[in-house]
Design a protein. Structure first.
Length: 150
């Protein structure tokens, strides 16, 4: 399955420990999918909630389409995510039992041109975890630089 990545939520990898990942379809209007294909999407402060057995995406900013005039959408509206019932039940169990949050990590287009969202069950990192990750990243960068210069 090939896919064209539209946007990646890099802040999610910095602020959260990522555990399970799921791929969900996303319900969009006509002008929204055109904006997504153009790449004007921001997942930075978005999150998902489970309400009445359905998963909803909040805070995802999809910019209005320029040629959309009166058919344009609200950029910050909540959007429904399409998942199997078993996947939703698995998420509900982990959220209630272990206190996970649902965070979107990547938005991409599938082979057929459908917009798909990769969501992850995650827990927030503490400040010392973030510092530790940054030091590991800089140490790895220094090691790779030393190997390259040899």
């Amino acid at each position: 399955m090939s896919r064209k990545t539209i946007t990646v939520n890099r802040k999610a990898f910095h602020d959260f420990h990522i555990f399970d990942k799921f791929t969900a379809g996303i319900v969009l209007t006509g002008t929204e999918i055109k904006s997504v294909r153009k790449g004007s999407v921001n997942l930075k402060d978005s999150f998902a909630k489970i309400e009445d057995g359905e998963v909803w995406l909040y805070g995802c900013h999809i910019s209005p389409y320029e040629q959309g005039n009166r058919y344009n959408h609200d950029p910050e509206r909540k959007r429904k995510l399409l998942l199997n019932k078993k996947e939703i039940e698995k998420m509900i169990g982990k959220i209630k039992k272990e206190g996970y949050a649902i965070i979107p990590t990547e938005l991409f287009l599938s082979d057929c041109g459908f917009a798909k969202l990769e969501i992850a069950l995650s827990k927030g990192k503490k400040l010392y975890d973030k510092r530790e990750d940054l030091t590991k990243k800089s140490q790895n960068r220094d090691i790779q630089r030393a190997i390259k210069n040899r």
